[in-house]
Design a binder for this molecule. Structure first.
Ligand code: SF4
Ligand code: SF4
Length: 181
């Protein structure tokens, strides 16, 4: 189903990897922004950005959390850049079963960068003093069906809960909720 064309602001963060010194300030402020209550604590394990850090090889690469992947992919990528070899899956943005990245540590639910919704500029960009992260906005005309997007988001949430707790438990919980209504 397609909707009307609408103007939408596309938000991007340009990453200049060569400037990153691995300070992890971006991880700290991201986790603080998403803490409950906001700014009450910080724990880089809860950040939606992770810095691949290998100080002995002088490697620091920030990676943003993207979409949830319910299954491991069959093929893996291995990168060598400027003679430095990076781990398999190093630049993958997905929360997926093959690793603990981009999963909320207590619940295991996937986390996704939301560009610090509601803020004028992402916090990780503001806190990166070396200008590794540069925020950019542009406008695009896109076909958008809001209802479809909301349902997609709902599917992703339910899928991750089913992976985490099993389909039967999820069905039981849904049945209990329905009974309450
Ligand atoms: S705050 Fe900037 S320099 Fe520090 S780790 Fe993050 S991207 Fe790299
Ligand atoms: S844009 Fe906001 S949510 Fe995304 S990684 Fe940066 S601080 Fe975290």
């Amino acid at each position: 189903m397609t909707g009307e064309k609408k103007k939408r602001v596309i938000k991007t963060i340009r990453i200049d990897v060569d400037k990153c010194n691995g300070c992890r300030a971006c991880e700290v402020i991201c986790s603080a922004f998403h803490a409950e209550p906001k700014y009450s604590s910080n724990n880089p394990a809860r950040a939606r950005i992770r810095v691949i850090r290998e100080p002995y090889k002088d490697q620091y690469v920030p990676v943003y959390a993207g979409d949830y992947a319910p299954a491991e992919c069959a093929g893996r990528d291995k990168y060598t850049i400027d003679g430095k070899e990076y781990e398999e899956c190093a630049f993958c943005r997905a929360a997926c079963p093959s690793r603990d990245w981009f999963k909320e540590p207590d619940t295991g639910l996937p986390m996704r960068c939301d560009m610090c919704e509601g803020e004028d500029e992402p916090w990780c960009v503001k806190w990166c003093l070396d200008d590794v992260l540069v925020y950019e906005e542009r406008e695009e005309w896109v076909e958008e069906d809001k209802e479809e997007i909301k349902l997609e988001q709902l599917d992703v949430g339910l899928e991750s809960l089913a992976d985490r707790y099993g389909l039967d438990k999820l069905k039981d919980a849904m049945a209990r909720l329905t009974a309450k209504d």
